[in-house]
Design a protein around this ligand. Structure first.
Ligand code: IPM
Ligand code: MG
Length: 359
């Protein structure tokens, strides 16, 4: 049996980090006899340059047919002046919405080797292991109407719409409750129910769902407080469930708890468990082309892909153990560098992970 993996390197550091993850995948493919076959397609700015579209039809078609997708990053200053509908980000958002990848899992785990790379005190973050479940195809990111209009007085006004329907809340809620069940049974739903009606409904549905999961302890927190609690005492959290925009913001914050956003993988799943896997970080145009980006978030995303979409748990663990091993060896890219460690570039890091892989 062969399974197809679609690689979407994208822009900025995307091609550099995806190429390291690709080497890792090729190696586990041999070691574990996975039968993976690989294809590549254009998305984001790279696709705009080649075809004029951030999400060409052929890319979407390949994505629909693939068993799993690994994406690098999209966007960069070169395309910033384009109108919203033609920007590189639309390629990513278009993949998410067309494939209905509504469930975004963003684990923030602190590798003990990196405790000193966090800007927080080691005792605040040591042992940190939280999972952010972010709704990914709804909320203010996709709500209609949206745009910039001119008022009668001639002034322009920008507007977006924050909407969630019950079914959208319920399906992401179920993913989060199930994730909490498989972990420590604690779920915190983050909203702004003191101000926004849409999140009053969000809270109501979460309460309703809680009845189906008596073994999960559900709590609620306003997003401003959650942002504070994440840096004050992050270990109080196990699973966090929240909407698209709050999840975008809180997951960057959670990433920094772990030392570097260069370490954080993510999975975006639909109801059939087709998944797109990507690092939580962006295309980092400031360091693109220099070969110094940290490929570990992408490599760890490949591990999540093996776990969730390809049901290859042993291979997933092998990658995670190899990453831990290279950190034990003291290898560090610039973003996680600390005194006494050995600074390496993107390719060295990828190749060290390949060398550390064991069946
Ligand atoms: C992320 C990114 C994207 C988002 C951007 C690139 C559109 O920040 O995956 O978190 O806002 O979702
Ligand atoms: Mg983000």
């Amino acid at each position: 049996m062969t399974r197809s993996v679609l690689l979407l390197p994208g822009d900025g550091i995307g091609p550099e980090i995806v190429s390291e993850a690709e080497k890792v995948l090729h190696r586990v493919n041999e070691l574990f006899n996975l039968g993976l076959v690989f294809d590549t397609a254009l998305v984001g700015g790279a696709a705009i340059d080649a075809t004029g579209e951030p999400l060409p039809a052929i890319t979407l078609d390949k994505a629909r047919k693939a068993d799993a997708i690994l994406l690098g990053a999209v966007g960069g200053p070169k395309w910033d002046a384009l109108e919203m509908a033609r920007r590189p980000e639309k390629g990513l958002l278009g993949l998410r919405s067309n494939l209905e990848l509504f469930a975004n899992l963003r684990p923030a785990i602190l590798y003990p080797q990196l405790a000193s790379a966090s800007s927080l005190k080691p005792e605040v973050v040591s042992g940190l292991d939280i999972l952010i479940v972010r709704e990914l195809t709804g909320g203010i990111y996709f709500g209609q109407p949206r745009g910039v209009r001119t008022l009668e007085n001639g002034e322009r006004q920008g507007y977006n719409t924050y909407v969630y329907s019950e079914s959208e809340i319920r399906r992401i809620g179920r993913v989060a409750f199930e994730a909490a069940q498989a972990r420590n049974g604690k779920l915190c739903s983050v909203d702004k129910a003191n101000v926004l009606e849409v999140t009053v409904l969000w809270r109501e549905i979460m309460e309703e769902l809680a009845k189906d999961y008596p073994d999960v302890e559900l709590s609620h927190m306003y997003v401003d407080n959650a942002a504070m609690q994440l840096v004050r005492a992050p270990k109080q959290f196990d699973v966090i469930v929240t909407g698209n925009m709050f999840g975008d913001i809180l997951s960057d914050e959670a990433a920094m708890l772990t030392g570097s956003i260069g370490m954080l993988p993510s999975a975006s799943l639909n109801a059939q468990k087709l998944g797109m896997y990507e690092p939580c970080h962006g295309s980092a145009p400031d360091i693109a082309g220099q070969g110094i980006a940290n490929p570990l978030a992408t490599i760890l995303s490949a591990a999540m892909m093996l776990r969730y979409s390809l049901a290859e748990e042993a291979a997933a663990q092998a990658i995670e153990q190899a990453v831990s091993k290279v950190l034990d060896q003291g290898l560090r890219t610039a973003d996680i560098m600390s005194e006494g460690a050995e600074r390496v570039n993107t390719r060295d890091m990828g190749e060290a992970v390949v060398a550390a892989l064991q069946a």
